[in-house]
Design a protein around this ligand. Structure first.
Ligand SMILES: NC(=O)c1ccc[n+]([C@@H]2O[C@H](COP(=O)([O-])OP(=O)(O)OC[C@H]3O[C@@H](n4cnc5c(N)ncnc54)[C@H](OP(=O)(O)O)[C@@H]3O)[C@@H](O)[C@H]2O)c1
Length: 335
């Protein structure tokens, strides 16, 4: 297996911004996350080992959100950065989900919530700025102008460098609307996006990717391995054959363990065999070869998984192999 020290992740442009991101970003959603059974998927010691491993492979872009692990993700990243030069890392965080029961103002992108949440993020990360601030979801209850003017203020005062829009798949037009308002007003537009995208979840093909291309918006896909489905540890008949914490939910089974997805996985196995890689590495390599994709956000529960996944950066696929994988599950506009 390729060692971490042999990987050396490259920097690639973050869309049309002047910033460069590692070609594989590292996602920390599962830091401090409790499963339905009450198990913590990744504790603090493991979180720091994972960050060490990512750094060793040359990785410099860390993705978090203020709700991950109830704030634990940001705190543990902040502690880890204490011994390092913060300037060498790019950090993205997100705001949106309600954080106080019975308090509607503690949700969304209203001015009060945004300002308070960003203060709390900087406090937990123990830093003066985040490189990218995402809206985790679009808030239909706050006027776009209020959100954009508030976000622009954060960029102007230096606490945020770039603005991102996460998910928003059926709402590509809302990002376009926001960026047109920002252009007219001279405010900071959205320059980074974070949609779900992987070999079996193809809903962003079409409108969404056309929108990101038009605006030069970076595309950083989440769940690039379909929450572990694309790693070869699920069997058509037996279901889970390896170990998993993430898959302890019935929603996962309904969404991923389908005949259509297993058919796509068969082709993935075939191509993986041809390039002497694992299914996870091949699924990530396919995503990295897709037109319009900037840098997938890799998740992992163990250092071994992360090591396997980051080595995807060393896998080369031919155009024919990319095409064969692409054809396994045509996107909504490929008809
Ligand atoms: N913006 C959003 O709304 C949003 C939503 C979701 C995620 N994200 C971001 O995207 C990141 C990645 O998402 P994700 O965690 O869903 O990514 P993913 O890569 O699709 O799934 C990661 C999970 O798959 C399993 N896995 C990964 N590599 C494996 C390997 N080599 N062998 C076997 N199993 C493996 C692990 O879970 P088990 O071992 O437990 O099976 C791991 O936690 C998150 O950390 C977060 O930063 C953002």
């Amino acid at each position: 297996m390729t060692q971490l020290s042999e990987i050396d992740l490259e920097f690639v442009p973050l869309g049309d911004t002047g910033l460069r991101t590692s070609e594989l970003q590292f996602g920390t959603w599962r830091f401090g996350k409790e499963t339905e059974e009450g198990n913590v998927e990744i504790d603090e010691a493991r979180a720091h080992e994972l960050l060490d491993a990512y750094e060793e492979a040359g990785g410099r872009f860390i993705d978090t959100a203020d709700v991950y692990g109830g704030g634990a993700s940001e705190e543990w990243i902040g502690d880890w950065l204490d011994d390092r030069d913060r300037e060498r890392f790019t950090i993205a965080s997100k705001i949106y989900w309600q954080i106080r029961d019975g308090d509607p103002n503690s949700r969304g992108t209203n001015r009060k919530n945004v300002r308070h949440r960003v203060d709390a993020i900087l406090d937990r990360l123990d830093t003066d700025y985040v490189d990218v601030l995402y809206i985790h979801r679009w808030d239909d209850e706050t006027p776009a102008r209020e959100m954009l003017k508030t976000l622009n203020g954060l960029v102007e005062d230096g606490r945020v460098h770039y603005l991102g829009a996460s998910t928003l798949r059926p709402n590509a037009w809302k990002v376009a609307k926001a960026n047109e308002i920002a252009r007219r007003e001279g405010w900071e537009p959205f320059t980074v996006s974070q949609p779900r995208y992987n070999l079996v979840d193809r809903e962003i093909e079409g409108d969404y990717l056309e929108m990101t291309r038009h605006y030069g918006i970076a595309v950083c896909p989440w769940s690039p391995l379909g929450q572990g489905f694309l790693t070869g540890k699920y069997d058509r008949e037996e279901g889970l054959t390896g170990e998993s914490r993430a898959a302890e939910s019935s929603r996962f089974e309904d969404a991923y363990l389908t005949e259509e997805n297993f058919d796509a996985h068969d082709v993935l196995d075939e191509v993986a065999g041809e390039v002497d890689a694992t299914p996870a590495q091949t699924a990530l390599a396919w995503l990295m070869h897709r037109d319009g994709v900037t840098a997938p956000i890799v998740g992992a529960r163990t250092v071994e998984q992360l090591e396997e996944n980051l080595a995807a950066a060393t896998i080369d696929l031919s155009d024919e192999q990319v095409e064969r994988l692409t054809e396994t599950k045509p996107g909504p506009y490929d008809f």
